[in-house]
Design a protein around this ligand. Structure first.
Ligand code: PLP
Length: 358
């Protein structure tokens, strides 16, 4: 896959969260949104069985103290350096509101989670796109070269969505240390690959690490995310965030999921196996697949199958259309591995389409 994609990017993403890819477009054979195919830890079901009426009647703890406690113990950071929200999307939306003023510049990799650009644009900032490397990695040197006096925020995503490519921890640390600009590292998919920088937020005041319970922990429907950052910034986020961002039920489920390291281990191994299966099967059929270390696979579409996404949709398959991202001279789809039976159905439908195409 190396050097096969030319990096020409356009700056045309409309600033609306409703335009986020795959929004409400799930079909019976779904490889679009990257939830954990194994569901969530069985410990969560036990917690749900033990809920009491008060968990529903009473307002939740506005500070999510119990959840912050377990996060702070795990990563050995202060609870005051943790901000919990209604999904990590809420944090991606809030951080630009807190950190940016109209006219400020934000640097974002060209091929990454589209919400970074939408949220920055909504805050009136000017988005500067950074080119990917030829192998579609986030290009830290290019980002560094684009930092100006107006740069107030930089978004990184590790592992990156939609490529599943990982930046080594040391490279990110060196980068963060080389600048005073706030650097957000979105680690939404880190349970599947890569090394977290959460602990480093206590020593690096410009580092913000975002995490979610939606992916590895399998709680996308409950909407819990958090970030680790310097304490002053966390205070500002708390002032501007929702008063009761996370329900009691969601907080309890998140605590149970967080404690089950065995489930995360199992999910990581499962994902590796299914990623390998899909990559191998798609490569056999001549598709170029970017080598991924996480839960997303970027697949370049054959030139003779330009309308692959709509053809897949007609057969009841949903994937993320590459049009949602900024790599506009190459057509690709993003697929998220699911259970083996679904992955097989997907490959069988690809075979049908290839046959129909002759
Ligand atoms: C990189 C990245 N960040 C954030 C999110 C949003 O996650 P959440 O469900 O916590 O809002 C996603 C979901 O697809 C993602 O891929």
């Amino acid at each position: 896959m190396k050097n096969t994609i030319k990096n020409t990017m356009k700056n045309t993403q409309p600033a609306s969260f409703r335009n986020l890819y795959a929004f409400a477009k799930k079909l019976p054979i779904d490889l679009s949104l990257s939830e954990n195919p194994l569901g969530c830890s069985p410990e969560v079901a036990l917690v749900l069985k033990r809920l009491t009426p008060a968990d529903f009647f009473d307002y939740p703890d506005p500070d999510c103290k119990q959840l912050k406690k377990v996060i702070s113990e795990r990563f050995q950071i202060k609870a005051e350096g943790i901000f919990v929200a209604n999904g990590s999307e809420a944090i991606i939306k809030l951080l630009p509101q807190v950190l940016l003023r109209p006219g400020d510049e934000v640097i974002i990799p060209s091929l990454t989670f589209p919400l970074f650009k939408i949220a920055s644009t909504m805050s009136g900032a000017k988005v500067i796109l950074s080119e990917m490397t030829p192998s579609l990695d986030i290009n830290l040197a290019d980002i560094q070269s684009k930092i100006s006096k107006k740069t107030k925020l930089i978004f990184l995503c590790n592992p990156n969505n939609p490529t599943g490519r990982v930046i080594p921890r040391k490279n990110i640390l060196d980068f963060v240390k080389s600048t005073k600009v706030h650097v957000i590292v979105d680690e939404a998919n880190i349970e599947f690959g890569g090394e977290t920088l959460i602990r480093d937020t206590s020593s690096l005041a410009n580092l913000i690490v975002i995490r979610t319970f939606s992916k590895g922990f399998g709680l996308a429907g409950l909407r819990v995310g958090f970030c680790a950052a310097n304490q002053e910034l966390v205070q500002q986020l708390q002032k501007m965030g929702q008063p009761f961002p996370v329900s009691t039920v969601a907080e309890k489920a998140a605590i149970a999921a967080f404690a089950d390291a065995g489930f995360i281990d199992k999910s990581k191994k499962f994902m590796q196996q299914e990623r390998n299966f899909l990559s191998r099967e798609l490569s056999k059929r001549g598709f170029a697949v970017v080598e991924s270390e996480a839960n997303n696979l970027l697949v370049v579409i054959h030139t003779f199958l330009p309308d692959l996404v709509s053809k897949l949709n007609e057969k009841g398959v949903s994937v993320v259309d590459g049009l949602s991202f900024n790599l506009n001279n190459v057509k690709f789809i993003r697929v998220s591995p699911r259970l083996r039976a679904i992955n097989r159905q997907f490959i069988a439908i690809i075979d049908q389409l290839l046959k129909e195409q002759g």
